[in-house]
Each structure stands twice: as C-alpha cells, then as structure tokens.
Write a protein that binds this ligand. Structure first.
Ligand code: PEP
Ligand code: MN
Length: 355
C-alpha cells in the first residue's frame, strides 16, 4: 500500500503514519519529493486496511497495490485450475458447452430442451427451477418440483446439471440434487448466499453482476473460496451499459482480464448478454476467440411459448450450427471438447471428495 501525503503535510503528519504502521507490525518507507511525500507500506496488508489512514492529518490518498483477493488470485495458484462438474472439466485446455432451458417449465419442455443440448454437444445441462425475475408478476419458476424435473431428466441422460439457487433457505435442497450451483447476476453480492453456497461443497457457477466491476466479481468468488470451496467458475453474462440494442453488453475483455487475475475458469453466457437469438452465435464465436473456458447457452423446443427468455433461446434449427461452431472455434483456440475419455486429473483443484 502507498500513502500519498498532501503537499502541505508536515513532518509530524508523516511521523504519525509511520508510527501507526510500525505499531501494527509493518514497515513504512518514506520518500520525500520536492512537493509531496509518499510512504510505502510493507507487511501484512490486512492489518493496514484496519487503520483509518485516510483520516490521518495530511493524508491525501491511500492506494492499494496488492490484490484484495488471495485464495482465487493467481498469485496464490499460478496454474489455471480446472473445476469438475461430475465427470466434466471446465478449465483452460477444454471448451465446455453447458446448455438447456432458461427455466424448467414442464417435464416435456425440459426433456426436449435437454435433448437439444445433448445434440449440440453440451456436456453439462442447465435449467432454472428458482427464477429471479425483474417482475413479481412474471413466472417465478416451479421451485422444488422443477428441481426434481431437471434432476430426473439429467440423470436419465446421464449428464450433470447446473441450476440457480436464489435464497439461502434453498441451498441445502438444491445442493442435494444439483451437480453445480449457480449464483445469478442479481445475487452476485448476496454475501450470505455466497457463503452458504460455498459451504454446500458443490462447484459454483458465479455470474457477474449487472453493474459489478471485475474486481467486485472476483471478490464475490473470494467469498465462496473463503469457505474452503475453490470450485468456482466465473461467468461473464453481460453488463448494463447505455446501449439498448442488446439486453446487456457482453464484456468480452472481462474474460482475459479475469483470467489474468485469477486461476478460476471463466465462461461466457451469450444468451443473457445478447438477449436475442440472432446474437447468440456471434457472441459464442467472440467468447471462444477471447479465450473463454466454456459457454452456457439457453435452448428451447418451443420458445414462442416459453415462460422465460424465449427470444434468446436457440431452437432446433440452430443446433447443428451450434455444435459445428463450438467444434470449429474450439479447435482454432487449441482446446479440446471434453469427452468421456478426458483424463480426470487426480488432485486437480476443484475436485471435492464428493465429486
Ligand atoms: C440464468 O442464467 O437463468 C439467469 C437468470 O442469468 P443471470 O443471473 O445472468 O441473469
Ligand atoms: Mn434467463
């Protein structure tokens, strides 16, 4: 950390900062410039952050140099980690497709969408039973019966699935059946939910909040990691900008930025970002091109009657193109598609004893 003193600060002001730092066991290095003095702090940053240095007389600014997150930082773990969802890896060598309906509506619709996902080459299914909706009048999801439907369909197809959990009260119920828990964009800073989801011990898909900075998103991942659960996959799903032509703006640069800061896999959601079917394929291409570790995409057998997010769902006619696009772009990005033969690296990060 660096403390920048005001140009009017006197020696007594500088001494007060130096004394406070040494009292918490840190070292302070004073550099006196012509106009301004700066003080470099070395030691355990967590101790300095407790000090109200901003409020000290003569202090102009306090600048943090080291990253605020530790467990998910790639300083702590320079090799990218692989998160295993059932037997499916999500990591830097593979391109993992996750697909399914936005929401579980009926058995028939869920099965139809999941079969489309399989045909597209998806290795993990998705489907929301608990839906965080902007309007209280919109379909809120089927709840536990919906969870049972996606669970039964996934087991029938012998596939793992991810589903969202929106409140702490449902974590245990969802974790008992789902292979991966999703924390949605609207809950990215629901810290109690992050902690309880982390403690459930299952892999977590953490969506980026609509207005969250990359640092805030990674700090949310740190909350999960802090519970001892490092099986976190980050998902860039578009952020709120001034542009109304798309539902959200897919921040493609967030993929390499987040990958440069953390060891966690980063995937993209072209459905909730673009918000329109015709944008899904171009955004998938962009995501793979910038180095995403996977894609999560909405598909629906009859989007014209979908209860949630029909306009962005890919349809049956899109499936061959989806499959071929992922294959071609993954190959160009020198990634393999996970198969049942993908070696499961023992001891890899993100693998819990429970699997
Ligand atoms: C979803 O994936 O179903 C969803 C609601 O996404 P997000 O939280 O990114 O809006
Ligand atoms: Mn949706």
């Amino acid at each position: 950390m660096v403390v920048v003193m005001r140009s009017q600060a006197n020696d007594a002001d500088v001494d007060k900062v130096v004394k406070a730092i040494s009292e918490v066991g840190g070292d302070a290095f004073v550099s006196r410039g012509k106009n301004q003095t700066i003080i470099g702090l070395v030691g355990d940053v967590t101790q300095f952050t407790e000090l109200p240095l901003h409020a000290f007389p003569g202090v102009e600014d306090v600048i943090r140099v080291s990253k605020p997150y530790k467990l998910v930082s790639n300083d702590a773990h320079p090799r990218p980690s692989t998160v295993w969802v059932g037997d499916v890896p999500i990591g830097r060598d593979t391109m993992t497709l996750i697909a399914g309906p936005c929401a579980v509506e009926t058995e028939e619709q869920t099965e139809g969408a999941c079969r489309m996902a399989v045909e597209a080459g998806a290795k993990i299914l998705r489907g929301g039973a608990y839906k965080p909706r902007t309007s209280p009048y919109a379909f809120q999801g089927l709840g536990e019966p919906g969870l049972d439907i996606i669970h039964a369909v996934a087991r029938d197809l012998d596939m793992p699935f991810v589903t969202e959990v929106v409140t702490t009260a449902d974590v245990e119920t969802v974790a008992a059946k789902a292979d991966m828990l999703q924390v949605g964009a609207r809950n990215m800073q629901n810290f109690q939910l992050l902690k309880e989801v982390g403690m459930a011990g299952k892999p977590v898909l953490l969506k980026r909040g609509l207005t969250a900075t990359i640092d805030e998103w990674i700090m949310a991942a740190e909350y999960i990691a802090h519970t001892g659960n490092l099986q976190v996959v980050l998902c860039e799903r578009g952020i709120r900008t001034y542009e109304p032509a798309t539902r959200n703006t897919l921040d493609v640069s967030a993929v390499p930025v987040a990958q440069s800061l953390t060891h966690l896999p980063v995937i993209i959601d072209p459905s909730h970002s673009g918000g329109k079917r015709e944008l899904v394929m171009p955004l998938i291409k962009a995501g793979i091109a910038v180095g995403a570790d996977g894609i999560i995409v909405d598909v629906h057998p009859r989007p014209e009657v979908a209860l949630c997010d029909g306009p962005q769902a890919l349809v049956k006619d899109d499936i061959v193109q989806l499959r071929e696009t992922v294959v071609r772009y993954a190959e160009a990005a020198e990634r393999t598609l996970p198969t049942s033969d993908t070696p499961r690296r023992e001891g890899a990060w993100g693998r819990s004893a429970a699997g």
